[in-house]
Unconditional design. Structure first.
Length: 346
């Protein structure tokens, strides 16, 4: 079901580049700076303390402040550069289809929620129409039973009525695709008629629960292409370390030794990658960016041709359509036996 929902729904709405653009690299960088700046300062100091405790301890307070000042100066440029580079290479770093499939596979209840809430009225119609159509068609079973006068007529008629009512209800949900004027009435598939409303529901759930910033960040840093993302971020952070040191970098290399200097630089690069995902877990920021994704998806879905739009909910029925119709036939069979017992008892 997760694969179907991607192939017939999300992947037709927007590309992963378009999704990332809606998240807004500029806003992401600003949020990372606002939420992660103190953590980065703390991390840099901890690493220097670990690698060169005496050097940090013996450094004058003015030198320590200078280190933090250089970090503060470099952070905005580095952060913006990282989010921009991710955007430029998003197709090589992110596999949004696999991300969605894995997320829905791990959360099967979410798949049910997407389809049940998007097609809530249509599922209700299936239940109610079965009773209404079944009652109407069932009324013809009694005269048929009286005319043929065989015990099996009512159970067999019940099978036909149950099968036909569910088949008809499914057809009415998706057909006809385009509105047809019949006298004062407009005939169109129930789901197609609700395209705008259903689009808002579908987009809201997917934007909040599936294609949200936290899930995308986790996929970038822990997904199948995570090594590329780590390498890209680490490269930026290594350059930032050298830039932060400025003219003091060669002197620091000489003082600490090339290996120690490189170890400090590598530690900052490695741990910096880990810090990158934390600000993306902020619920308020996720909600803000999810709203942009919802607007993108809902707008695109409302403009889909009826045939493509219908396939989205059709996927929920298609796999189990035979079961829905079969259950209708089975219930009709039971109803036929009940009719037979009532008629013969009278």
């Amino acid at each position: 079901m997760g694969s179907i929902s991607v192939d017939t729904g999300i992947s037709k709405i927007a590309s992963q580049r378009e999704f990332y653009n809606e998240f807004d690299a500029e806003r992401i960088a600003e949020h990372m700076l606002a939420e992660g700046s103190e953590d980065i300062h703390r991390m840099v100091e901890e690493i220097i303390r670990e690698k060169q405790p005496q050097l940090w301890r013996d450094s004058p307070e003015a030198t320590r402040r200078l280190v933090h000042a250089r970090v503060s100066q470099q952070l905005p440029e580095v952060t913006h550069h990282i989010t921009e580079r991710i955007g430029e290479n998003i197709d090589e770093l992110l596999d949004i289809k696999l991300m969605v499939m894995n997320h829905l596979g791990e959360n099967p209840e979410l798949v049910n929620r997407i389809f049940l809430e998007t097609g809530e009225r249509e599922f209700d119609f299936l239940v109610k129409s079965g009773f209404i159509f079944g009652t109407i068609l069932g009324c013809f079973s009694i005269p048929l039973f009286v005319f043929i006068d065989r015990w099996w007529v009512l159970p067999v008629a019940g099978i036909f009525v149950g099968y036909f009512t569910n088949w008809l209800a499914l057809k009415m949900i998706f057909q006809p695709m385009k509105p047809h004027e019949v006298g004062p009435f407009t005939i169109q598939g129930l789901f197609i008629r609700r395209q705008d409303e259903a689009s808002e529901t579908y987009a809201s759930i997917v934007a909040e629960e599936v294609i949200n910033l936290e899930n995308v960040a986790r996929n970038l840093l822990n997904g199948p292409n995570a090594d590329r993302t780590h390498k890209m971020i680490a490269e930026e952070l290594r350059e930032a370390v050298d830039s932060s040191m400025g003219l003091a970098a060669p002197l620091l290399r000489f003082t600490t030794g090339p290996r120690q200097y490189d170890a400090i630089r590598e530690d900052i690069a490695d741990r910096g990658v880990e810090y990158a995902i934390e600000p993306m877990s902020d619920p308020e920021f996720n909600a803000e960016r999810s709203e942009a994704i919802q607007q993108l998806m809902a707008g695109r879905m409302k403009n889909l041709p009826p045939e493509e739009f219908a396939r989205m909910l059709r996927a929920a029925f298609k796999e189990d359509e035979w079961l829905l119709i079969g259950v209708g036939a089975a219930l009709g069979f039971v109803a036929g036996w009940v009719q037979l017992l009532v008629v013969t008892a009278v």
